[in-house]
Design a protein around this ligand. Sequence first.
Ligand code: HEC
Ligand code: HEC
Length: 431
Amino acid sequence: MFTNRLALLFSVLIGLTLIGFYFFGPEKEVDFNTDIKPILNKHCISCHGGVKKNGGFSLLFEEEALAATESGHPAIVPGSASASELIKRLTHSDPELRMPYQRAQLSEEEIDLLKKWIDQGAKWGKHWAYEPVKAPELPSNFSTAGLGGNEAQAQAPIDFFVQEQLTAQGLSPAPKEDPMRLLRRVALDITGLPPTEALARDFSAGKITYEQAVDQLLNSEAYGEKWATWWLDLARYADTKGYERDVSRTFWPYRDWVIRSFNADKPFDQFTIEQLAGDLLPDPTQDQLTATAFHRNTMNNDEGGTEDEEFRVAAVLDRVNTTFEVWQSTTMACVQCHSHPYDPIRHEEYYQSLAFFNNTRDEDTHDEEPKLRFYEAEDQAKVEQIVNWARQNEGNVSAKQRDNFLKFYEPKYAAHLILRTEICRAPRHRL
Ligand code: HEC
Ligand code: HEC
């Protein structure tokens, strides 16, 4: 009798557990990046972040969030939502203490997520953009797997992922386009121009395949001209100075260098090195020096009465911001004044980066020196003759000096800032 009851009790308990498991499932792990960070960034960071740290509490970096606040205790106690001041503050009855301060209360769902997150250990996470890139897995037989009867459409690995999403959204791919229209589209895409008559003729007559047509387009000069436009936007390319009267300056040799690089299919690492530090390469070529104009594209204010050093610094800041924007897709500009409210970059790190750029001589002068000289081929040959003569008759050091003299418009080794300061000692004399 007794054992029967016990068995019954056990079966009921097991049944209830199973039902509970079925309805509620195992507790899902709360993910900091997708579940928690968006709540903190939306409702808390403006008062508890890189700028304002009310109550001595910041949610910007993990060690700050877990550190003792002005109260002397940490506001987050990993593993215990009920012991965490952060959670108490979300539903506090005193409006002066309830967070977010003087704003609408968080939703029950948001409060619940924050509680779960702390109970599960308040695990921090890196934003996905700071995790190493991983290639997504592709089924080995991707051209037929899961393509829902559209095998014929799949040509490249990316088609698999497109198809996967189309299926998920209940959509089907558009029918294959007419070949001549495809040719027109791909020509516009690659060169910015419609296909030439000859290309259209050869393609429609079946003399060349689609792939051969694409190769021809990639080989045309127009390919580099079109695709350089995006890079030139990133490089803040302009043939004018930007401020005030926006007067002109000669910059197009850099533009041509970018176009040539695209057309030569220059590897991205080399393309990067030459633009950021072409002048630091051993015996840089004229082309590698031209590439460094990337960071001479800063605006320049040569209006009367401006401070040389002010606009030199403005240019250096711009170089830090642009380098991070272009190569890291990060709005580093924010960190000039305070730690980034959204990215894990500290104020000090901004100036550590700036130190790399803070050795330039350019100022807001009319002539924008130092500049690179360009010679016609015939004059270039004479320059080489002179440098060779110097090497043979005066030695390498002298040859290098003469080479620099003929290559740069300001072959001095001291910044003109120093020279100007000396001249400026004359009272009320302004240069
Ligand atoms: C409009 C500004 C503002 C916003 C938004 C805000 N807070 Fe606060 N918070 C304050 C101020 C001011 C204090 C300091 C006074 C106090 O302790 O109440 C404070 C204090 C705190 C404290 C106490 C720190 C301690 O231990 O002394 C916690 C925890 C806190 N806030 C959490 C949050 C959370 C979580 C959010 C977002 C859901 C948030 N706050 C949003 C202004 C804000
Ligand atoms: C030129 C300096 C400077 C730059 C650049 C700058 N900030 Fe700020 N930021 C400040 C100052 C100063 C405050 C404090 C303002 C105050 O106390 O009300 C502030 C405050 C903030 C706050 C708290 C705002 C609030 O609600 O009080 C946030 C968030 C913020 N900045 C984000 C950014 C972002 C994002 C960028 C880049 C897109 C940026 N800042 C760039 C100077 C700057």
